[in-house]
Design a protein around this ligand. Structure first.
Ligand code: PLP
Length: 395
């Protein structure tokens, strides 16, 4: 037998490189904040999900240090085997209150929420009706569930209704509508108010994954608060790793939902609990969002200013309604060239997004706003995207 067991590794990577689709990982030599050091170079970062700058907030950092000193570095086991920290209980209580729901659960990651919980909420006799641009972790969760999946056109409630009518014909046991709250590549928002209305007519379970809405919409409380839909969304999945600047996944909803999730979700049952330093930092982050509203305010001031100015320069920002501001270029090579020149010549770190994250002809640089960016930073970034954009004949 002369089969090579691992030759495919190099072959597939060579293929990715040839197609300009390889991910290059750069290394941060300082914190995740607007002025950081990346690959030995001082840069302005325009590409983090740390929207409010809480990853380096003194209260958040201190809470982590204090908890590590008292409880140590690791959790020791999965929560159901050797217990969850009292710190975790405190986080879950605070987070539920913050979200205006009965209960919440701190899970490993946002990804783990989707891959662990979705397959328990629905199965073979059920139908999932899913937005065509939903996050990959939702797609994986639905695949694992074995449920029938129906895709509706992006944010199109008319199409959703048509698909629900179609779904009803096969008399499924359950119907679940799943959508991102804020779509990560375009920065547009799901019409959740209309979705909940249509969903109610069909007795559908509504699942929103609000990873990019938290810390951003509804005074930081997310898309449910933004639309005043408390009590109308059955499952709210989220992440502490983005706007809240720390780490972890969350589920928020009824007490029944949380008990179900803690007993059934395979990622919750089979993966180790968060270290105490992370749990305490997560709690502090929520407290900061509640007690210091200026961070969310600054994030939106920066978003409104930058978006308007970059549009004035002639950039296409698509349907952005949030601090995610795509500069849609089209050609993938050109998007990558724009990012490269911004990094190498202008000391600006913005990430090119190409296929398969977005359609080939919608290649872009995804800019993300941050509460810690100053007017001076924004003007410097605008001057740079103007200069390089003109050089590449993009604008
Ligand atoms: C980022 C993201 C996730 C994954 O969250 P993590 O906590 O980073 O694992 C899941 N869903 C959506 C919509 C996301 O944007």
């Amino acid at each position: 037998m002369n089969r090579s067991p691992t030759a495919f590794l190099k072959e597939e990577m060579t293929d990715l490189r040839d197609k300009n689709l390889e991910w290059i990982i750069r290394y941060l030599e300082d914190g995740s904040k607007p002025h950081s050091v990346v690959d030995g170079k001082k840069v302005l970062m325009l590409n983090t999900n740390n929207y409010l700058g809480l990853a380096t907030h003194p209260k958040v950092v201190q809470a982590s240090i204090d908890a590590i000193k008292k409880y140590g570095a690791g959790a020791g086991a999965v929560p159901v085997i050797a217990g969850s920290f009292d710190l975790t209980m405190e986080f879950q209580r605070k987070f539920a209150k913050f979200k205006e729901v009965e209960a919440s659960l701190l899970c490993q990651t946002g990804f783990a929420v989707n891959s662990g919980l979705i397959p328990m909420l629905v199965g073979k006799p059920d139908i999932v009706v899913s937005d065509e641009l939903n996050h990959g972790s939702i797609i994986d969760g639905v695949r694992l569930s074995g449920a029938n999946r129906i895709i509706y056109k992006h944010c199109d409630v008319g199409d959703l209704e048509r698909q629900l009518k179609e779904a009803e014909k096969s008399k499924p046991r359950r119907i679940c509508i799943i959508t991102d709250g804020v779509f990560s590549m375009d920065g547009d928002m799901a019409p959740l108010d209309e979705i909940t209305k249509v969903g109610k007519e069909f007795g559908a379970m509504i699942f929103v994954d609000d990873c990019h809405g938290e810390g951003v919409l509804g005074n930081g409380r997310g898309i449910v608060a933004h639309f005043n839909l408390q009590g109308k969304v059955h499952v709210e999945g989220g992440s502490m790793s983005k706007g809240f600047g720390v780490f972890g996944g969350t589920v928020a909803g009824s007490k029944d939902l949380i008990e179900f999730c803690a007993n059934k979700s395979r990622t919750y049952l089979l993966s180790t609990a968060h270290p105490p330093g992370i749990v305490a930092a997560n709690t502090a982050s929520i407290e900061v969002v509640e007690s210091e509203p200026e961070h969310v305010q600054r994030l939106w001031d920066n978003t409104n200013y930058f978006k308007k100015e970059v549009q004035n320069l002639g950039y296409n920002t698509g349907n952005s309604q949030t601090p995610i501001i795509p500069l849609i270029i089209g050609d993938p090579g050109k998007a990558q060239e724009l990012a490269r020149l911004l990094f190498e010549e202008e000391n600006i770190y913005g990430t090119p997004i190409v296929f398969p994250m977005v359609a080939r002809e919608l290649s872009r640089i995804r800019v993300q706003m941050n509460a810690l960016l100053t007017k001076e930073d924004l003007n410097m970034a605008l001057a740079a995207v103007e200069k390089v954009g003109k050089k590449l004949n993009i604008i």
